[in-house]
Design a protein around this ligand. Structure first.
Ligand code: GGG
Length: 326
């Protein structure tokens, strides 16, 4: 059976790392059909729309999507694309790889981020020139869906339950509901949990990341805390992610468009290529997924490295090195 994969590079270095991931997938000769879609700031400038309907429909109908990066139009691109795949969880592994000069080489975390609501639900208003508001939405159903995924994710694995990061001592209603719902689903499934206030987590994870493993968090917290963890493992160029829905999924690096290096051919493709490995695993190609992950890990261990990791290799050099190892 062949699979149709949407390829939406977006803006900035998304235009460089997404083709790199496609090259790696193509080198496996699995017969995937890649269909390209446009989205982002450049398309908005041209057409007035950051996410043309046909790109939304593409993500909503293909088996999986490879997305690159969104810049100023992130709210109009990545949020609706996640909605197109009905993605209720963003899986963000943050792992230190051998050979990389990491601040905390012992880091090995997975963030399971609520992906549909919180402050990213889009209920923002400008009441007057100097007053703006934002409504934060947390529902039992979205928290339950995330918690059920988290329970499945850790069941029968080496993961010993999960940690719930929240701020329920201040946001009593919203994070209170989130924490209580996630905890209750975990209890019903016989999964152990502990909890931590998200601000305290930020300190503790820097001082001793090994005390955490799988971390379940509300939307904004998951976005921010995983970027913080990227700082512990060697930078944003190393964090992949999977946006999982019931019938399809979207895979993107955690990093954004990196306008400072966009167009120079120097972006680190590792996060995007590991995201492609997550796509392979999602579609059931476990052996190929492991092979791609190992090829990236060995490239990170032995080089070549892009400038963000202290080297002078190009995106193309690193991509070729990964493909050579497959
Ligand atoms: N590839 C990820 C990306 O484009 N990140 C930009 C961004 O602002 N993301 C917000 C989010 O992940 O919710």
């Amino acid at each position: 059976m062949t699979h149709e994969i949407a390829v939406i590079p977006g803006d900035g270095i998304g235009q460089e790392v997404t083709p790199a991931a496609v090259d790696v997938l193509e080198s496996l000769e699995l017969g995937f059909e890649f269909v390209e879609g446009e989205a982002g700031d450049a398309v908005r400038e041209e057409t007035g729309e950051a996410l043309p309907q046909e790109t939304y429909d593409l993500a909503a109908s293909t088996d999986a999507t490879l997305f690159g990066a969104a810049g100023d139009s992130a709210a109009d691109v990545i949020l609706p694309l996640r909605e197109a795949v009905d993605s209720f969880v963003n899986v963000r592994p943050a792992k230190a790889y051998p050979g990389i000069d990491a601040v905390r080489p012992e880091t090995d975390l997975v963030f399971l981020r609520e992906n549909t609501e919180g402050v990213y639900a889009g209920h923002e208003d400008r009441l007057s020139e100097d007053v703006s508001t934002l409504t934060r939405v947390v529902t039992e159903s979205a928290s339950e869906r995330l918690a059920e995924f988290a329970c499945d994710y850790v069941s029968g694995t080496e993961h010993d339950g999960f940690t719930i990061a929240h701020k329920a001592n201040v946001m009593r209603e919203t994070d209170g509901l989130f924490r209580d719902t996630v905890k209750s689903v975990a209890e019903d499934n016989g999964i152990e949990t502990d909890e931590v206030l998200m601000d305290a987590f930020a300190t503790h994870v820097c001082l001793d990341p090994e005390q955490f493993d799988v971390v379940v968090c509300p939307n904004l917290a998951g976005d921010v805390l995983s970027d913080l963890a990227a700082g512990l493992v060697g930078g944003l160029g190393l964090l992949p992610s999977a946006n999982i829905g019931p019938d399809r999924a979207l895979f993107e690096p955690v990093h954004g468009t990196a306008p400072d290096i966009a167009g120079d051919g120097l972006a680190n493709p590792a996060a995007k290529i590991i995201s492609a490995a997550m796509l392979l695993e999602y579609l059931g190609y476990d052996e190929e997924a492991d092979a791609v992950t190992e090829a990236v890990e060995s490239t990170l261990a032995e080089g070549p490295h892009t400038p963000d990791l202290g080297g002078d290799a190009s995106t193309e050099d690193v991509t070729e090195a990964v493909i050579d190892r497959l």
